[in-house]
Write a protein that binds this ligand. Structure first.
Ligand code: GCW
Length: 680
């Protein structure tokens, strides 16, 4: 059957295992809602009906009160039918959590989906459906869930002309021309998909913001989108340009300490909340890559963020202030700048400000060590920013499952409070009652399958699942996604799960092995260009990062070099300061290493580098074989799409390998290891 991928992981195709389907129908024979009838509950009900219709070709009886023969009951805030203990459990699930539990009601098993609030019912519904979609047993269920972070948000880098910065899946899905009058059904499907994975916020415009988004004309349009999102528990946020008071307010300055500026933002906030009563707040990129900010007026990031936080505070809004800053102020090492600028401001931000920090200190590279700001700001709330769109990972052409990359950051130990101070723990622990959060730069566009590559959908999916709970495994999430998106067949799920799990390491191997970084094409960020050395700013040039010379390769960030290692806590700082104790995957990130230096396995650095590049390219050929082995187990449309994309990826992996090996060889002047054939 043809499948264009539009339905993402919410396909709800009929379960062809007849025994299983029959059992589900019996177990879900009658449905009762003791939840009230809010718009969110209605959305949840609609999802349930549609899904059961699709999965089981079945319309359960909807009964008003649970009684004899009740098999599925949704309960908000407790019910007379339930034990005090279960009611208590349900009432303690918080704003978004839920319980799914099998109980005995009138001597028969009954499944309870309980929550303290509407959103919990919505999320519980999607979890229940996931059990069906992945063919799990519905017998003796006992699930208690609540999210580990509160703001789980997509950042769309969408421009008002519908181009998308670093977007590789068509144009922006927001049709500004037809809004607010026309609600594209796609907005509803977008909201459903997000709700199904627990995403509860969306910044709908680019951080390189256009002030026009804050004018009444656009606010009317965004309000229409917010109306769609609200029914799925999603708050709308906007990227605010710091100079908006000048551009659309007619003021002469945007100085955050100027009373007229503050008053302008105050009125703007009040106006926004008239259009969108549950508006989430602002995301701000300031004094970064040419964007205006408080430093233009001799003020600090804290001055800027706090001014905006104060005007949003009475309405319950937040400011997500980005720490992605770099310019010529830290000429020896761009990686140090965010820490240098933000660490001294620790404790100076309002409690409704969250500092949004990229997972690594450079920029969404295939592999980076975690950003040293995690754990460094003990009195300031921090949220990580991941990039779901594959700016540096082959766009939507390469199959790269990013859950392993996200996990590497979450699981990293910062040592800020000794052992166990992982990034996941830090970012899910509220500081001064602030909200906690996680952001992901969206990979969504107008392409029929939303994300360009059928497997790029997995990265949107995994982002949401991990934002809900960063402790989940990348493998379990991949399996769920594969089953829901393609097929439950074990001989499909097993090989393709392992293909997904190794795909990111494969990409690192053919792009930037052993800690190399930022050696890609400098404008598009596609393909290799380690040789570029003529851009106007030193820190835009790949040669600045790899520093290859006749002696060796790599960026010395130790005490004898830029000393970026000092931004990490001991004992990590000390181990990164030495070649021998630096994990080899980060070797050239922290050290300039001689071509003939021996690595742990006894190989020379040069040989090991070459071998990584060759392995990366060979492993893409392996992915092609794995995919060929599941032919016939998935629909032919998506099969052929992935097949063709993998062929491109294989060609480009070889391109990366050849370019990097041949270029670095001009410095090492060493032959390839025995048995390796030099590329033409
Ligand atoms: O990753 C870089 C991108 C820019 C982007 C910037 C940022 C939105 O190349 O396109 O701008 O980072 O994160 O602000």
């Amino acid at each position: 059957k043809a499948d264009n991928g539009y339905r993402l992981w919410l396909r709800y195709d009929h379960i062809d295992n007849a025994t299983l389907a029959r059992q589900y129908r019996q177990q879900l024979a009658s449905v009762t809602y003791e939840t009230g009838n809010s718009p969110i509950i209605q959305a949840a009900q609609k999802e349930l009906r549609n899904a059961l219709q699709g999965l089981l070709n079945y319309n359960p009886a909807f009964v008003n009160a649970p009684g004899k023969g009740s098999t599925l009951i949704f309960v908000k805030n407790g019910s007379k039918q339930l034990s005090p203990a279960l009611n208590k459990l349900i009432n303690n699930t918080g704003n978004e959590g839920y319980v799914i539990k099998t109980i005995s009601l009138n001597n028969a098993p009954c499944l309870v989906v309980g929550a303290a609030n509407d959103k919990g019912i919505l999320y519980g519904t999607f979890h229940l459906l996931r059990l069906l979609q992945t063919h799990q047993s519905l017998t003796n269920i006992n699930i208690v869930e609540s999210p580990k972070t509160q703001v789980r948000i997509l950042n769309h880098w969408d421009n008002l002309d519908r181009t998308v910065e670093r977007g590789y899946a068509g144009f922006s899905i927001w049709n500004w021309h037809k809004l607010p009058g026309y609600i594209d059904p796609r907005y509803i499907d977008y909201a459903r998909a997000n709700a199904s994975i627990g995403v509860n916020g969306a910044v709908i415009n680019n951080v390189n913001a256009n002030s026009l988004i804050l004018t009444a004309d656009y606010l009317r349009k965004t309000a229409a989108l917010a109306g769609v999102f609200r029914r799925y528990g999603i708050k709308l946020y906007l990227s605010a340009k710091f100079s908006a008071p000048i551009e659309i307010g007619g003021l002469k300055t945007a100085d955050p300490l100027d009373p007229a500026v503050k008053q302008w933002w105050q009125q703007k906030a009040d106006e926004i909340y008239r259009y969108i009563p549950d508006f989430g707040g602002f995301l701000v990129k300031a004094n970064s890559e040419g964007q205006p900010g408080p430093q233009n007026y001799g003020r600090t990031h804290a001055d800027g963020a706090n001014m905006l936080a104060d005007v949003l505070k009475p309405h319950g809004g937040i400011v997500m202030w980005r720490a992605f800053v770099y310019d010529d102020k830290t000429p020896d090492d761009r990686a140090k700048q965010a820490y240098n600028e933000f660490k001294p401001l620790d404790g100076k931000f309002r409690s409704n400000v969250i500092i949004q920090v990229k997972n690594g200190a450079i920029d969404f590279q295939p592999r980076e060590p975690f950003h040293p700001l995690f754990g460094a700001m003990k009195k300031t709330q921090i949220m990580p920013e991941f990039q779901i769109t594959q700016e540096y990972l082959g766009f939507s052409t390469h199959l790269v499952y990013l859950a392993t990359l996200f996990k590497e950051c979450f699981d990293a130990n910062t040592y800020s409070e000794g052992r166990g101070s992982t990034v996941a723990k830090i970012i899910s622990s509220p500081v001064n009652n602030s909200l906690t959060g996680i952001a992901g730069v969206a990979n969504i566009g107008t392409d029929i399958n939303w994300c360009g590559h059928p497997f790029a959908q997995a990265n949107w999916y995994a982002f949401g699942r991990l934002a809900w709970n960063p402790d989940q495994s990348a493998a379990a999430i991949a399996q769920d996604w594969l089953k829901m998106t393609f097929s439950n067949q074990a001989d499909f799920v097993k090989p393709i799960t392992s293909m997904m799990l190794s795909s990111r390491e494969t990409t690192v191997n053919y792009m930037t092995p052993l800690g190399l970084h930022h050696i890609m094409g400098t404008h598009a960020h596609y393909g290799p260009a380690p040789w570029v050395n003529n851009l106007s700013r030193a820190d835009w040039n790949p040669v600045y990062y790899h520093k290859a010379d006749s002696a060796g390769i790599g960026f010395d960030r130790t005490a004898t070099g830029s000393n970026a290692v000092a931004q990490y806590y001991p004992p990590l700082r000390d181990s990164l300061n030495k070649v021998e104790t630096t994990p080899e995957k980060y070797l050239l990130w922290f050290h300039h290493v001689g071509w003939n230096s021996r690595l742990k396995n006894g190989e020379t650095l040069w040989n090991e580098l070459v071998k990584h590049y060759y392995k990366g390219a060979a492993d893409v050929a392996g992915m092609q074989k794995t995919w060929a082995s599941v032919k016939g187990k998935v629909d032919s449309t998506r099969y052929h799409e992935v097949e063709q994309l993998l062929a491109i990826q294989a060609g480009e992996a070889a391109w990366w390998r050849n370019a990097c090996v041949l270029y670095f060889q001009t410095f090492s002047k060493l032959p390839l290891p025995a048995g390796y054939t030099k590329p033409d």
